[in-house]
Write a protein that binds this ligand. Structure first.
Ligand code: GLU
Length: 294
């Protein structure tokens, strides 16, 4: 059996919060319990929001947590050629198209559509599904944008993608806390159509979260993905991309989220739950474990 390999994959686009601490520690614990590997991956494809200072602060937080940092920590910003190659593979399969509507054009379209009491479909994160350029623009306008320097996103044609793969595609959800790490868990059917035509890259960013995460997990030999419940539904998109790109299927475990006092998801901008701010205020390891329920 291959040695299990876990990763913690934060984005240094803000300070880590105590929910990240839970995720990192669960990964380390699982890797130790299964005599597996563990490494940190820096997900810094958003080069405007991720900064060297935030990355350094992140590593200080992780060292304080006792997260082992002896394995190299690959950076996504150094792996763009790998994402480009994967994107080209999907383009060669005829599954990628340029989409020219801006966020505000999509928003206006949806608002107008819903003004009559209709409901426009939304993805599991609550974002409206892409309506297609022609829902807003004429064919001529699309051509003008294509011929100009207009910004665009490269989207996966989800209908065409799903037609290429088995209709009973699933993922293996092994569960997180409260379940034995040896419990294989259960198969969860993929529902990628709920996401519509997801973004794979943009004019100025040659990849997206979905594309880079599947490419990296495969090339870095990750066998076990243990991450927050907020990414549970994204697994459907990841399984579709793995199938299309011929990548191996990892095991998934989605863990509970640490919520704020109002029961909301933590945000990186909130100082009350920022690890570095709490540490500066004298947070102890025992306080932290209590706050995150470990
Ligand atoms: N970089 C993602 C985040 O910070 C996590 C990616 C993953 O674990 O798949 O939310």
């Amino acid at each position: 059996m291959t040695k299990p390999c876990f990763r913690f994959a934060p984005s240094p686009n803000g300070h880590l919060h105590i929910g990240h601490a839970l995720s990192a520690l669960l990964n380390v614990r699982a890797a130790v319990a299964l005599s597996g590997r563990f490494f940190v991956r820096v997900e810094d494809i958003d080069q405007t929001r991720c900064t060297p200072q935030l990355e350094q602060d992140m590593f200080e937080d992780l060292a304080w947590l006792g997260v082992p940092l002896d394995e190299p920590s690959p950076r996504q910003s150094e792996a763009f050629p790998f994402y480009r190659a994967a994107l080209e593979k999907l383009q060669d399969l005829g599954l990628v198209y340029s989409a020219f509507l801006t966020r505000s054009e999509i928003k206006t379209f949806v608002t107008e559509y819903e003004a009559d009491g209709n409901t426009w479909p939304r993805d599991p994160d609550g974002a409206p599904l892409y309506p297609g350029d022609l829902a807003v623009l004429s064919e001529e306008d699309v051509q003008i944008r294509a011929d100009s320097d207009a910004s665009f996103a490269l989207r996966l044609d989800m209908k065409k993608a799903l037609a290429r793969i088995s209709s009973d595609l699933c993922w293996q959800e092994a569960g997180a806390e409260g379940k034995s790490l040896f419990d294989p868990g259960n198969r969860v059917p993929v529902e990628a159509d709920r996401w519509g035509d997801v973004i794979l890259a943009r004019k100025d960013t040659p990849t997206s979260y979905h594309l880079s995460v599947v490419v990296d997990d495969a090339r870095q030999g990750v066998t076990d993905i243990l991450r927050g419940q907020d990414l549970y539904h994204a697994t459907s998109v990841h399984r579709v991309l793995q199938e299309l790109l011929g990548l191996p299927e990892p095991r998934y475990r989605h863990h509970r989220l640490v919520l704020d006092a109002d029961g909301r998801k933590l945000s990186k901008s909130n100082q009350d739950t920022s690890l570095s701010a709490l540490r500066a205020d004298g947070l102890s390891h025992a306080d932290l474990r209590r706050r995150i329920g470990l």
